[in-house]
Design a binder for this molecule. Structure first.
Ligand code: F7E
Length: 329
């Protein structure tokens, strides 16, 4: 019998990579999608005949219970959230509903329908916020700096609590920033790679950015979904930091991305104070030695390789878009 997995947030970057990863391992893959007036399935169109999508919503408890009853998954990966940090100041309550309480709703559904289901919670390095030590590991205290970070701290601890209260095999993966050509264009890496392609191909002149001094531990999303799956294959549930152990500034990111296509970033980048955050996470760098020790996880893609991969993918996409438009009457 095939193992069955249910992924919330399957239409997102990580959902798409994880679905591919599980299909390669012979899983039957189910995805939960929220009804929206404009549906965005571009990251999973190539999988449409291999996965089953179901309508349900993290805000609607009964829809999740019914979905888990119907699918009876062996593993649930909770990747759905309001995941853009700046939006969490504009919609703090909605962020809390999805990103914090949504986790409890999934855990409650598991507890009710089948407590033997294994559960993965997408926790975040944003929980470390104003960092207490460097690098950050599973023991580092949290100090979130945004409503998003606060909501993720709740999601993390409720996952730990359902493990301790009910013995559910619940794992929290504390993932540092992870990027790819499938990243949403609002996040800084993709905003930069998209702009570099558009500037190089003559569609755009300037790129407006916020804090260039912020430092992040950026890895490749395709590497990080392997760690999610590995967590659920262990004998015991646990919490794991997933990170590269290297950090770079937004300025370094911009320099690398522009120079990859032979441009000088200083000719194009404009700092816009409106893009500064009310409270910033200045620096993050993770220590993934537990994941390495327990299940041998290592990232395969370096930061320069990641930036080049993203710029190359956007160059190709923008070229295709230009060619397509020229064909229009
Ligand atoms: O910002 C700075 C910004 O939006 C990174 C999410 O996946 O990772 C992500 O959260 C840094 C920040 O990601 C712009 O101030 C400068 O310091 O790409 P980001 P994030 O906020 O770190 C964690 C792990 C998550 O869990 C989240 O869900 O870049 N920055 N200028 C900018 N950021 C953006 N977005 N746009 C700018 O123009």
């Amino acid at each position: 019998m095939k193992p069955r997995a249910l992924i919330t947030g399957i239409t997102g970057q990580d959902g798409a990579y994880l679905a591919e990863h599980l299909l390669e391992r012979g899983y039957e893959v189910h995805g939960m999608v929220r009804r929206a007036s404009t549906e965005r399935f571009e990251r999973i169109v190539h999988l449409h005949d291999q996965i089953t999508l179901h309508q349900a919503d993290l805000l609607d408890q009964l829809s999740i219970v019914n979905l888990i009853r119907e699918v009876r998954p062996h593993e649930v990966y909770n990747l759905a959230a309001q995941s853009f940090v700046p939006t969490s100041w504009v919609q703090p309550l909605l962020t809390g509903e999805f990103t914090a309480l949504g986790v409890t709703r999934v855990l409650e559904a598991i507890r009710l329908v089948d407590p033997s289901i294994r559960f993965y919670q997408a926790s975040s390095s944003e929980m470390f916020g104003a960092v207490r030590e460097e690098p950050q590991n599973e023991q580092t205290p949290f100090w979130p700096r945004s409503p998003y970070g606060v909501a993720k701290v709740y999601g993390h601890w409720i996952t730990v609590n359902y493990r301790e209260s009910y013995g559910i095999f619940a794992c929290s993966g504390i993932l540092f920033n992870h990027e790819s050509p499938r990243r949403g264009k609002e996040f800084v890496t993709r905003k930069v790679s998209d702009a570099v392609a558009r500037i190089k191909l003559g569609l755009q002149e300037k790129l407006r950015l916020g804090n260039l001094d912020a430092m992040r531990d950026w890895g490749f999303a395709g590497d990080y979904v392997r760690a999610m799956w590995l967590m659920l294959q262990q004998d015991k549930p646990g919490d794991y930091v997933v990170a590269t152990g290297q950090k770079h500034s937004v300025r370094e990111l911009v320099e690398l991305a522009f120079s990859h296509v032979g441009l000088d970033w200083q000719d194009h980048v404009v700092v816009d104070p409106q893009l500064f955050r009310p409270a910033e996470v200045n620096t993050l760098r993770g220590d993934a030695s537990k994941a390495r020790r327990v299940f041998g996880w290592e990232p395969a893609v370096s930061f320069p390789e990641l930036v080049q991969m993203m710029v190359d993918a956007d160059m190709e996409r923008v070229r295709r878009e230009i060619a397509g438009q020229q064909l229009q009457p």
